[in-house]
Design a protein around this ligand. Structure first.
Ligand code: BG6
Ligand code: MG
Length: 210
C-alpha cells in the first residue's frame, strides 16, 4: 500500500478541457492557425507557454518573446473568466468518496498540476479541503514530462517517490511520474499508454491498484 498519492487535477479530478479549448481557439483563430479538439489534446498537461509554442508550430509561425507573453496573458484572462462558472457540482461523488476513503486509510494526498490556476480551481470546486499539499505551476520551473511538479509534491508531503503513486490522464504526466521514480497510474487518455505502471477506467478503481 502506497503512503501518498499525487493527483493531476485537470482531466483526473475534473475537466476544464473545454474552457482551455475555447480560450486557445480564440487565440489560434486570431493567428490564423487551424485548431480543433484534436490539436487541443496535444496541450494536455503542457505548460501555458509550451502550449502556445505548439500552436505556433502548427501554423509554422515564430513570434517575438513579448508578443508570445501577451498572447499567453490574453489566453489566461479568457480561461480564468470561464473558470468563474465552476461550482462544486462539477466534481463527481465518486471523486469525493475516493479522496475521503484514501484519507480514512491514512494515505496522504497531494495535487501535482502544471496549472498556475490550480488553487483557484480547487477553491471554486470545494476540493481544497481534501489535500495535504498542492504542487502546481506556481512552484516549478520545468513542466511535465519533467518530474519536478511531482517531486515537489512528494517533498511537500514529507514522502519519497518510491512510496507514492501518481494519477495522470496525460502521456507527458506518466512520463514525468516514471522519470521521478513514482508508481504511475493512467486514467482517461493515459489509461492506454503502455508506459503507465497501472491503468484504471474510473477513479474509484484506484483503491484496488495501490
Ligand atoms: C494543465 C493543463 O493542467 O495546466 C494544460 O492540462 C495547461 O492544458 C496547463 O496548459 C497550464 O495551465 P494554466 O492554468 O497555468 O495556464
Ligand atoms: Mg491532466
Amino acid at each position: 500500500m502506497k503512503q501518498g498519492i499525487i493527483f493531476d487535477l485537470d482531466g483526473v479530478l475534473l475537466s476544464t478541457d473545454e474552457m482551455h479549448y475555447t480560450a486557445w481557439k480564440s487565440i489560434a483563430d486570431e493567428l490564423g492557425v487551424p485548431f480543433g479538439r484534436t490539436e487541443n489534446n496535444l496541450l494536455r498537461g503542457v505548460s501555458r507557454m509550451a502550449s502556445l509554442e505548439i500552436i505556433l508550430g502548427l501554423g509554422n509561425l515564430t513570434l517575438p518573446e513579448d508578443v508570445k507573453f501577451s498572447l499567453t496573458e490574453r489566453k489566461n484572462n479568457r480561461y480564468v473568466a470561464l473558470l468563474q462558472t465552476l461550482t462544486p457540482d462539477v466534481v463527481t461523488q465518486e471523486v469525493r468518496d475516493t479522496l475521503k476513503e484514501l484519507k480514512a486509510r491514512g494515505i496522504k494526498i497531494a495535487i501535482g498540476s502544471s496549472s498556475k490556476n490550480a488553487k483557484l480551481i480547487l477553491r471554486l470546486t470545494d476540493l481544497a479541503q481534501y489535500f495535504d499539499a498542492v504542487s502546481d505551476g506556481t512552484n516549478i520551473s520545468h513542466s511535465k514530462p519533467d518530474p519536478e511538479v511531482f517531486l515537489k509534491g512528494a517533498d511537500f508531503l514529507g514522502l519519497s517517490p518510491d512510496v507514492c503513486a501518481v494519477v495522470e490522464d496525460a502521456v507527458a504526466g506518466i512520463d514525468a511520474a516514471n522519470a521521478g521514480g513514482f508508481y504511475s497510474i493512467g486514467i482517461g487518455d493515459a489509461s492506454k499508454y503502455d508506459k503507465a505502471d497501472a491503468a484504471i477506467e474510473h477513479i474509484s478503481e484506484l483503491l484496488n491498484v495501490i
